[in-house]
Ligand binder design. Structure first.
Ligand code: SF4
Length: 410
């Protein structure tokens, strides 16, 4: 039987056994941190069929089998392509719902859990099976899973540690927190963004497609606020981020402007330092950020009178003094950071309440969404900024978009 981690009122509980792993566990050459040029991620191929044929109560039924002939107390296993909405009014008597994750990073299982818990009101056992790793249990718990059949090469301790480390903010956000307090926070955010739309002629949100920026995008789109949305398409973004841009446009019916670098500036950088010259030193890295990010940002903001960001104070040591509203003196415009006092738990709570598309990179351990060669997943307990420019010292990790010494409090 698979190693099973379950959550109940008394906390995490282990049952089953780890399967014997005959193959050596793949170890990245850099163990995730060494050679900055080789971020090797072990590839785990998905099985051909469902990841498990049975649970401890008997065989799993497919969605179609359950719809055709439900059996009281049976286990229902959903696959990524299944539509859980088809279970509306049909969940009575189900013994357990399993959600199969045939491969790491497939975000559809998270959506299934959200729909089951939030839309269909399913309160019974909900299990994640398949390519479930210790790193994922925190994110899975956030969307309502209460047991986790861990992948064969996983062990229980890191998963329990992940839950005990992260459960506090999660529980605070979702279970024990006074919903009215969170609701008030959302209303304040809405008010702040409405005011930005009223006060300014051409305000814009600069989005990286991070969860924070998705919160603001969601408010802008829900309330149809006159705030443009643009993103810095540096030419080095993850494929997942590029796909998410299109997904967000379709979901909200909005256009996200791609602010791209000047091709001559990029060519000049590559000629001087090489395409990945940013690994060679701070000067080279800042030159790349300057050409691919800062210059396009300045072009995107030219002629505007305000910009909005999703920065939060607890994201980085460089942001502890972040203000909700400032004057960006270098660009002579207002700058708004309406999530300055939001916690990560607040962001997750908002994501769960409003069900917006999240970057699949989060499920793979990324906590910061940036350019592909300069961003990596972090380990549990690491500083959130450890995943950005990890070969540099911790205290100066900014790309130049938000470092402006003449910015003053408003
Ligand atoms: S984050 Fe990396 S790839 Fe992106 S602009 Fe900066 S140095 Fe270049």
């Amino acid at each position: 039987m698979t190693l099973l981690l379950s959550l109940d009122a008394n906390g995490p509980r282990i049952s089953g056994e780890a399967e014997e792993v005959t193959r050596a566990r793949p170890v990245p050459a850099n163990d995730g941190h060494g050679d900055v040029r080789k971020k090797i991620v072990p590839i785990v191929r998905p099985p051909a069929g469902p990841s498990q044929a049975e649970w401890e109560g008997g065989p799993w039924l497919t969605l179609q089998q359950w719809i055709d002939a439900p059996v009281a107390g049976a286990g229902l296993l959903l696959q990524p392509a299944d539509d859980p909405q088809s279970l509306a009014g049909r969940l009575d008597g189900v013994g357990i719902v399993g959600v199969d994750f045939p491969r790491i990073g497939d975000g559809r299982g998270y959506s299934h859990a959200f729909i089951l818990r939030q839309r269909l009101g399913y309160q019974g056992p909900l299990r994640a099976i398949g390519a479930v790793t210790a790193d994922q249990v925190f994110a899975l718990e956030q969307v309502g899973f209460d047991s986790f059949a861990l992948r064969a090469d996983q062990s229980a301790e890191p998963a329990i540690a992940a839950l005990s480390t992260y459960s506090v903010p999660y529980l605070t956000a979702f279970r024990d927190r006074d919903a009215a307090v969170f609701d008030a926070k959302v209303r304040l955010l809405e008010k702040a963004l409405i005011a930005v739309g009223q006060r300014h002629d051409r305000p814009a949100l600069a989005t990286s497609l991070s969860a924070e920026d998705m919160v603001i995008t969601d408010v802008i789109a829900r309330l149809r606020l006159p705030i443009d949305v643009f993103t810095l398409d540096t030419g080095r973004l993850h494929a997942e981020t590029l796909a998410l841009i299109e997904q967000v446009e379709q979901r909200y019916g909005i256009a996200i402007v791609r602010a791209r670098p000047d091709s001559e500036a990029v060519d000049a950088y590559v000629a001087a330092f090489g395409v990945d010259g940013f690994y060679d030193g701070l000067e080279q890295r800042k030159a790349c950020c300057g050409a691919r990010k800062v210059a396009p940002l300045n072009v995107a903001l030219a002629g505007r009178d305000a910009w909005v960001t999703g920065q939060r104070r607890d994201q980085a040591a460089t942001r502890v003094s972040l203000m909700e509203a400032e004057h960006d003196a270098a660009r002579d415009m207002q700058k708004y950071n309406p999530l300055a006092d939001w916690s990560w738990a607040d962001v997750l709570a908002y994501a769960a309440w409003f069900d917006f598309p999240m970057s699949p990179l989060y499920a793979r351990g990324y906590v910061s969404i940036g350019c592909e060669p300069c961003t990596k997943a972090i380990r549990q307990g690491e500083d959130p900024r450890a995943g950005r420019w990890w070969w540099e010292s911790q205290d100066g990790k900014e790309c130049g978009l938000h470092t402006n010494p003449t910015t003053t409090r408003q």
